[in-house]
Design a protein around this ligand. Structure first.
Ligand code: SF4
Length: 364
């Protein structure tokens, strides 16, 4: 089956957030122009299908590019984007203006993911983020004005010094935006980030659990449903692109630091800017065994609320999921952590809270 999804990483940001360990470089016009040349070459080399269904331009901050560069990027992608049914771009509120929104509309972008994180200006400052919540409102209204209504926002919780009340206020503010998708992640302190150097600590387990409960209750009582551990949407607004990953289907990864999967091969692109400019795109290629594929399929599929379709799994690997993992499954069912229902195997509500621990048990 041909590959239906493509992820493209734009490695530039206007400023660097205190907690971030993604591949990013401070935006520099000349560097971004050179990157665009290399990107065009990588795409030519890759021989990408023109019948893609989803494209996701992430980063970094794709909209940190200036308008000429953004148009160049969208024009490079145009042969592949014409017929996709979900075309997403990540944006940061302070990098958006009306001309950029018009441009995104012109190139058929039909979904945006906005980095909001919190509506608390004190916490935004602590995170070294340069927008405020009024800019988020302006940005959402601009997208709606141009009929880009499939809007997702990223929210973070467990931010140093954040209280339950702070989080509650952010959720109220985000809900007031009247948007159909929310991704919500607990902050982790990654090595060598500013937060790590400042010795900030991750939120303790009890507050983490209280925050998770607050999020779940509040979003569900406001018409959202949780379709993945960290993702909530209104019906019909699930991220089709991200479901590619969680359904363990193949996808292209383009540009610095992206990864892709084609059949039983996974590759990681280089994070080295100069190597990338010289056409040395791929850093690492791994051939996945049948056991690797089955394990990774379980790892991704158990993130979804609906779980893994057992029949599809059995057909794909010509192996019975239930027989292959019978001891693990039996013990997890006995502990009330997973359940089998309507041909799906999924984490229970209790299991969702410790899904990483559950997944490890399938490493046999
Ligand atoms: S904008 Fe996003 S990618 Fe850039 S530094 Fe902040 S979190 Fe990282």
């Amino acid at each position: 089956m041909s590959i239906k999804s493509l992820y493209l990483h734009v490695p530039f940001c206007k400023t660097i957030c205190g907690y971030c360990d993604f591949c990013h470089f401070l935006f520099n016009e000349e560097k971004a122009n050179n990157w665009l040349i290399a990107l065009e070459n990588e795409i030519k080399d890759k021989n990408i299908n023109k019948d893609l269904e989803t494209i996701y331009i992430g980063g970094g901050t794709p909209t940190s590019l200036n308008i000429i560069q953004l148009e160049k990027l969208l024009a490079i992608m145009e042969p592949y984007s014409k017929n996709v049914n979900e075309y997403t771009i990540e944006v940061n509120p302070e990098t958006i203006d009306e001309d950029k929104v018009k441009l995104l509309k012109k190139y058929n972008i039909n979904r945006v993911s906005i980095g909001v994180q919190t509506s608390d200006n004190r916490l935004l400052k602590l995170m070294n983020r340069f927008h405020d919540f009024n800019t988020v409102i302006y940005c959402v209204n601009l997208f709606k004005k141009y009929d880009i209504n499939n809007i997702s926002v990223d929210v973070m919780y467990g931010i140093p010094t954040q209280t339950l009340d702070d989080l509650n206020k952010t959720l109220d503010d985000v809900l007031s935006l009247d948007i159909p998708h929310i991704s919500i992640y607990c902050l982790t302190i990654e090595p060598d980030t500013l937060f790590d150097r400042l010795n900030y600590k991750e939120v303790d387990e009890d507050l983490d659990a209280d925050m998770y409960d607050l999020i779940n209750n509040k979003l569900i009582s406001n018409g959202f449903f949780q379709y993945e551990i960290s993702n909530y949407s209104k019906k019909g607004y699930e991220s089709k692109h991200n479901l590619t990953y969680w359904n363990y289907n193949d996808f292209y990864g383009i540009s610095l630091s992206s990864s892709g999967k084609e059949n039983n091969v996974r590759y990681d692109n280089t994070k080295d800017f100069n190597k990338y400019l010289n056409g040395d795109y791929i850093e690492n290629k791994v051939i996945l065994s049948q056991d690797d594929l089955m394990f990774e399929h379980i790892m991704m599929g158990l993130r979804k609320k609906e779980g893994i379709n057992i029949k599809d799994f059995n057909l794909r690997y010509k192996t019975s999921l239930i027989d292959k993992y019978k001891d693990v499954i039996k013990s997890l069912i006995n502990d009330g952590l997973i359940e089998i229902n309507n041909e799906y195997i999924r984490c229970s509500v209790k299991g969702m809270l410790i899904s990483n621990d559950i997944i490890v048990k399938f490493m046999i």
